[in-house]
Design a protein around this ligand. Structure first.
Ligand SMILES: *Cc1c(COP(=O)(O)O)cnc(C)c1O
Length: 334
């Protein structure tokens, strides 16, 4: 694996910190828990899409694009980071927002990330759920091209092989930090959605022969679907990296027990996790991704799957700006 072969622009603050969570570790009384702070990438409140965008925006610039086009759910962290990345490089950003979560009340469509999209000058249009959003974004790009723009279309979550390189790079960064701190890790746990994060981590660790498990906590798809999608993208990423050999499907571990009623729908375990991390560690998670990811990690510790004697890193993928559009969820639960 030699990532400098790929063009990359600088959008974030790297390396992100790798820190101990001593109070959470004591509270859960299981493995030693650390956090990899990818909520601190620095791009317009940060998050995991920043690493992917460093590669994707480099390709957009190389192709002479003047407009980034992408799509996501209404409260998409990916759209917000793409809008910020576009501005940093003097480009426009057009986004399609899918009404994937419909029962969250008025602040959901104007607050949180949508407010930030507005501030960043992102032009967005809403779409009803149930359509092929990546196809809609490509069509939208063609419409802009017909109008004389030079669009570069980024798939949802920035999750193609090029974007996943960002998390292969994160795997290398993580292993270097762990080695520098003299810490042997057993697993990395994180929320998995559009799959680029998990696929990139799995590909990167596989390429480095690093025996660290990656455990994805699904926020949307069932286990079978998510494992297949992550595995497919991890294989494509390894091919792009020029790493030979086959990646066993068993290297992809996913739990789907923490989705609840659906994408973006609050769960009791998510509310518990968000509150626990806020009050034990002063760390803000988010209701859609990292809150459910942490709920999954807590659940696996309680179930004894993750246990004393192990050392675990929770990858904090960001998203706390969406908390403000879920105010009622946290008030109702008090
Ligand atoms: C997009 C996102 C994820 C999921 O990452 P994928 O690469 O889409 O699987 C996790 N957490 C947050 C906060 C996100 O915005």
């Amino acid at each position: 694996m030699h990532l400098a072969r790929f063009q990359r622009v600088s959008l974030g603050h790297f390396p992100t910190p790798l820190e101990r969570l001593d109070r959470l570790t004591r509270r859960l009384d299981g493995p030693e828990i650390h956090v990899k702070r990818d909520d601190c990438t620095g791009l317009a409140t940060g998050g995991n899409k920043t690493r992917k965008l460093e590669y994707l925006v480099a390709e957009a610039i190389a192709q002479g694009a003047d407009t980034l086009v992408t799509q996501g759910a209404t409260q998409s962290n990916h759209v917000r980071q793409t809008a910020a990345a576009a501005r940093r490089h003097g480009m426009a950003c057009h986004a399609l927002l899918e009404r994937r979560v419909v029962n969250m009340g008025a602040p959901y469509e104007t607050g949180g990330n949508v407010l930030l999209d507005d501030l960043l000058g992102c032009q967005y249009e809403f779409r009803d759920s149930g359509i092929d959003m990546n196809a809609a974004a490509r069509e939208f790009g063609e419409r802009l091209r017909a109008e004389g723009r030079k669009p570069y279309v980024i798939p949802g979550g920035g999750s193609n092989a090029l974007g996943a390189l960002g998390y292969a790079a994160c795997a290398a960064e993580f292993v270097a930090q762990a080695d520098a701190q003299g810490l042997r890790f057993d697993a990395i746990v994180h929320a998995t959605g559009s799959t680029g994060t998990q696929a990139g981590l799995v590909a990167g660790l596989h390429a480095m022969n690093a025996p660290i498990e990656v455990i994805g906590i699904s926020v949307r798809a069932n286990r079978e679907t998510q494992v297949s999608n992550v595995h497919r993208l991890a294989c494509a990423t390894l091919e792009l990296l020029g790493v030979g050999g086959t990646l066993p499907r068993e290297r992809v571990r996913v739990y789907d027990e923490y989705v609840g009623a659906g994408y973006g729908q609050p769960t009791a375990s998510m509310v518990e996790a968000v509150r626990m991390l806020a009050q034990e560690e002063g760390l803000l998670l988010d209701p859609v991704y990292s809150g459910k990811g942490m709920a999954g990690m807590i659940g696996l510790v309680r179930a004894g799957v993750l246990r004393a004697g192990q050392r675990i890193a929770f990858l904090h993928t960001g998203g706390a700006s969406a908390l403000f559009s879920y105010e009622q969820t946290f008030r109702d639960d008090q």
